[in-house]
Design a protein around this ligand. Sequence first.
Ligand SMILES: Cc1cc2nc3c(=O)[nH]c(=O)nc-3n(C[C@H](O)[C@H](O)[C@H](O)COP(=O)(O)OP(=O)(O)OC[C@H]3O[C@@H](n4cnc5c(N)ncnc54)[C@H](O)[C@@H]3O)c2cc1C
Ligand code: SF4
Length: 508
Amino acid sequence: MSVLRLVLGDQLDREISALDGIDEAADTVLMAEVADEATYVRHHKQKIAFVFAAMRHFAGELEDAGLAVRYQRLDDRKRATSLKDAVRAALNATGASSVIVTEPGEWRLLRDMEGWEKELGVSVEIREDTRFFCSRAAFERHAEGRKTLRMEYFYREMRKRTGLLMDGDEPVGGSWNFDAENRKPLPADIAVPDLPASKPDEITQEVLDLVAERFADHFGDLDGFAWPVTRRSALIALDRFVTERLPDFGDYQDAMAAGAPFLFHAALSPLINAGLLRPMEVCERAEQAYRDGHAPLNAVEGFIRQILGWREFIRGVYWLKGPDYGRENALDATRDLPWFYWSGETDMACLADVVDVTRRHAYAHHIQRLMVAGNFALLAGVDPRQVQEWFLVVYADAYEWVELPNVHGMALFADGGVFASKPYAASGSYIDRMSDYCSGCRYDVRKRDGEDACPFNYLYWDFVARNSKHLRSNRRMAMIYKSLERMDGDKVQAMRASAKRFLDRLET
Ligand SMILES: Cc1cc2nc3c(=O)[nH]c(=O)nc-3n(C[C@H](O)[C@H](O)[C@H](O)COP(=O)(O)OP(=O)(O)OC[C@H]3O[C@@H](n4cnc5c(N)ncnc54)[C@H](O)[C@@H]3O)c2cc1C
Ligand code: SF4
């Protein structure tokens, strides 16, 4: 009896559980570029191009390895528009009597797949995604009985469980976390290595042409597309990161520079999320760099924490909180998303730059996402659903399991603090300290009200005052509310009036 093995666009790993135990003589691997998945939100052009190009290369590798692959291209003449229809057509064509698939990365598709068995009339086995360090069940056990979820405790458990950066039962270097060393601004004269550049091959070029034609009205540029789309080029990107940028990753992890989104970051998230790199091999390479004396501990621990800690924790929260996570609106934020999130047309130099690099690369680094794009939406009280959609659309690494908790919980505090102990709200002085944006901005970061004042300053205090009923009882906000109370009443009024004027003028 032959089996149809469905492999999704973010499961491009030879070890994916859907391929476990495959009968090379009888089974068929199904991969499909379908319009429903490419357009359920209007993804950045580079995101679609990255996924399709990586899928086509992966399908070729499977064929080279002797597997039978049925591949549907988006522009095939006879094509299914949904995954379910693609599976149905493949069942008819191959005579397979059952389907095996690895669980997808979002509730929407999982719910859909759970109905396939009935609708298609064959057995459909949905297997666990074993690419993660922590299974959904293990995260549920971790969360059980805890009033609050904190990444740090989860991370320590994961260090012990995997043995990464451990000396016996103790953390290497005597401390679990070296974050305090990882907050340096970028020195003006520092040289930042370039990312590896790979010229699109014929397969990728064909996809780029297709995307340019079919998705012309989607956000984002295709010029300069440079994402690795094969396992081989992903391994080269990992190698270049570890040798060239990891040693400085820690020191400048939070730094921002105009026009330079990558700095010492890995730019590996699209590759890891799509399956081209495995989280364990990435962490092991980083740990080896430390053990070889090539990279310092603050860099390596900081990097491993992002993958072993944050990435796994965020995924755990996504599945734990269920399909309705993302619908709460704890701070009653209802403003429409400002138009400049798409156009980049704003006088705020920090935001204009983040939108610009996002359009050019489908990438911005964590602090740009959190403390510029996310922070502004938080302070301005933008509707969480609209912010979620923007983040899901614009980044090449965005899949709901990872995007949603980062946006809803971390950046917007819209879940009321499921895992963040307080909102990541900051005034212009944080952005000024960590970047070179303010020196090129028409606003004055030292001013707190008036036409020339930095909007992040008055919006910050307006946010604090406006959300008093939600945040005042939060112990970590106590000092901030004390400062607000001590402030001159006229000053507070002037800042709030500036905030109102600014927000009333926002184009949506
Ligand atoms: C508002 C917001 C939205 C985000 N949306 C996404 C998203 O859609 N997809 C996504 O992969 N990441 C998302 N992140 C997390 C993080 O910003 C990106 O993973 C990171 O910027 C990717 O770039 P990098 O590979 O250069 O990461 P580096 O800074 O070099 O970090 C190394 C790796 O750690 C992992 N990582 C780091 N932080 C996180 C995190 N908070 N959650 C999950 N993984 C993390 C990534 O795999 C990343 O490749 C979001 C963060 C915020 C604040
Ligand atoms: S002055 Fe304010 S708006 Fe301008 S770049 Fe600095 S933080 Fe951004």
